[in-house]
Design a protein around this ligand. Structure first.
Ligand code: AMP
Length: 458
C-alpha cells in the first residue's frame, strides 16, 4: 500500500481570508514602486523609519480615535499573557496604520530635541479586519511619510502641506499613473472643531433616530465620524448636515488658501471637496485624498493623508505639528497593472522575458560546463538560467522562450571550439559567438525596450 492510500486526505491549507501571496510575476512591479518612492522621497530630504508591526492597543485608541471604524471594529487585538508574576498582561494590536507608531517613536526617541523638522517615510504592511474585496485586504501595504517638528521648525507652514502634495503628484506621474485626481479640504483646527461638533450635534438631534445604529451612537460620542458613514440609506440625511468649510476659522481658511496658492504655483491640479473629513480622529486643517480611474472600481482612493497638529500631544509628547500621507500600495499596483494590460492590448505586445539568457546543455555531460558558463556570465552582471542536459532540445527552447531573451546552446562542439550558438527570440536570428564576446552580446538588447520590461529590469 502506498503512503497516500494510508494517510487520510487532508485539504491543502490556504492563505487566510483577506491576505495574499505576492508571486514572482508581481514582485518586480512592487519593487519598482518601492524603489521609485525611496529615490523620490530622498530628493525631498526624507529618511526611512521602521516601527514594529504591533503596538500597545492604547496607542491606536488614543491616536486614531476610539470612535473610528478602524479602532471600534477593525483592529486585530489580543491579550498578551504576562510571562512573569512581575509583568502585567498587555493588550496588543497589529498596526492598522503607521502614523501613530511613527509619532510614538518620534516622542520616545526625543526627536523633537534637535529642534529640526523631521521628514520620515515608511513602507510596510498594515492590518484591518475589513470585508475583503478587490483593493481591500486585511493585510495591505502602505508607503507613507510624515513631516513633523516643533512649531519653530516650520512644521505648521502651509508650504509643507503643498510640498507633500506636490511630491505625491510627482510620484504618481513618475510611475505613469494616469487620471489621478487630488481632493483637498480643511477640517479646521481643534478649536474650530469644537464649534463644528456643537453645530453637528445640534443638527443631528432631530434626525438621529433615522440614522444607522453606529451613527446614532456617533451622534453622541463623536459627531464628526457620522460624516464617514458608508451606509447608503444614511447619505441623504448626511447631506443635510452643516459643512465643515462653513465653520473653520479665518486662520484655518488662510492656511488652506496658502496651500492652494502653492499648489497653483507648482501647477498641481486639485479639487476642493468640503465633505472630505477622512476616518481618523487626529486630522486637523488640511486633509486630502488622491483617487484614480483605472482598475479599482469602488475602492478608488489610492492614498490619503492630512495634517495632525495635536497628535504628538494626544500621545503624551511635546507640541509637534505635522502632516503625512499613506499610499495604499496594493491599490496603486492594481492601477498600474490595469494600465499595463490596457497598453499591452493596444500595442499587441510580446510576452515579457526577465532573463538575459538560458543556457541549454545538449547532454547531461555538458551540465557542469553549463553551470560554469552561467557562473561566469552572472558574475558579469547578466541574468541567467541553466537548463539540464537531460531535456529534449525542443523542451529547452520552449522553456528558454518563456524566460529569456536568448538561448545559448552548449554541446561538445561548442565546448571544444569556444564558439557558442546563440538564438535571439525576438528576431529569430541565430549566430555563433566566441566565449569572450558572449557577455557583451547577450547584454545588448536586440528586443525593443518596452515600458514594463524596463520596470522589471530595475
Ligand atoms: P487610511 O490609512 O485609511 O487613510 O488609508 C490610506 C490608503 O490606504 C487608502 O487610500 C487606501 O489606498 C489604502 N487602504 C486603506 N485600507 C485598505 C485596505 N483594507 N486594503 C487595501 N488598501 C487599503
Amino acid at each position: 500500500m502506498t503512503d497516500s492510500k494510508k494517510a487520510p486526505a487532508r485539504p491543502p491549507l490556504k492563505a487566510v481570508r483577506g491576505t495574499r501571496d505576492l508571486l514572482p510575476d508581481q514582485t518586480p512591479l512592487w519593487n519598482h514602486v518601492e524603489a521609485t518612492a525611496r529615490r523620490l522621497f530622498a530628493r525631498y530630504g526624507f529618511s526611512e523609519i521602521r516601527t514594529p508591526i504591533f503596538e500597545a492597543t492604547d496607542l491606536f485608541a488614543r491616536g486614531v480615535g476610539q470612535e473610528t471604524d478602524i479602532v471600534s471594529k477593525e483592529m486585530f487585538t489580543w491579550e498578551d499573557r504576562a510571562r512573569a508574576a512581575s509583568e502585567k498582561a498587555q493588550t496588543l494590536t497589529l498596526r492598522p496604520e503607521n502614523t501613530a507608531g511613527v509619532v510614538r517613536a518620534y516622542i520616545e526617541h526625543q526627536m523633537a530635541n534637535s529642534g529640526a523638522l523631521q521628514k520620515l517615510y515608511y513602507i510596510g504592511p498594515q492590518f484591518r479586519r475589513e470585508r475583503p474585496q478587490r483593493g481591500r485586504y486585511r493585510q495591505f501595504w502602505q508607503i507613507g511619510a510624515e513631516v513633523i517638528g516643533p512649531p519653530s521648525s516650520g512644521s505648521e507652514s502651509p508650504l509643507r502641506d503643498a510640498e507633500v502634495l506636490e511630491m505625491l503628484a510627482g510620484f504618481l506621474d513618475e510611475l505613469g499613473v494616469r487620471g489621478w485626481r487630488l481632493e483637498l479640504n480643511s477640517v479646521g483646527s481643534s478649536q474650530d472643531r469644537v464649534g463644528y461638533n456643537e453645530a453637528l450635534r445640534a443638527a443631528l438631534q432631530p434626525i438621529r433616530s433615522r440614522l444607522c445604529e453606529d451613527c446614532q451612537r456617533r451622534a453622541e460620542t463623536n459627531p464628526l465620524r457620522v460624516l464617514d458613514c458608508k451606509v447608503p440609506e444614511d447619505q441623504p440625511w448626511i447631506d443635510t448636515l452643516p459643512r465643515i468649510a462653513d465653520h473653520i476659522s479665518a486662520d484655518s481658511r488662510a492656511h488652506l488658501d496658502a496651500v492652494c496658492a502653492a499648489l497653483e504655483a507648482c501647477k498641481v491640479p486639485y479639487h476642493l471637496n468640503p465633505r472630505l473629513v477622512r476616518g481618523l480622529d487626529y486630522y486637523t486643517r488640511t486633509t486630502f485624498e488622491f483617487t484614480v480611474t483605472a482598475g479599482l472600481g469602488a475602492q478608488n482612493a489610492i492614498l490619503g493623508g492630512g495634517r495632525y497638529d495635536g497628535l504628538s500631544e494626544m500621545l503624551g509628547g511635546p507640541r509637534a505639528p505635522g502632516i503625512g500621507f499613506a499610499i495604499g500600495e496594493d491599490r496603486l499596483i492594481l492601477t498600474l497593472q490595469a494600465q499595463h494590460e490596457e497598453d499591452a492590448k493596444a500595442s499587441g505586445a510580446a510576452p515579457v522575458r526577465l532573463l538575459d539568457a538560458y543556457i541549454a546543455p545538449l547532454t547531461p555531460a555538458q551540465n557542469p560546463a553549463a553551470l560554469a558558463l552561467a557562473r561566469e556570465l552572472r558574475a558579469a552582471g547578466l541574468r541567467i538560467e541553466v537548463g539540464d542536459g537531460s531535456f529534449k532540445l525542443r523542451k529547452s527552447f520552449e522553456i528558454a522562450d518563456s524566460l529569456a531573451r536568448h538561448i545559448v546552446l552548449l554541446g561538445e562542439d561548442e565546448a571544444g571550439s569556444g564558439m557558442y550558438t546563440v538564438k535571439t527570440f525576438a528576431s529569430g536570428e541565430q549566430t555563433k559567438i566566441p566565449r569572450a564576446k558572449l557577455a557583451e552580446s547577450l547584454r545588448g538588447s536586440l528586443e525593443p525596450r518596452r515600458k514594463l520590461r524596463t520596470i522589471e529590469r530595475l
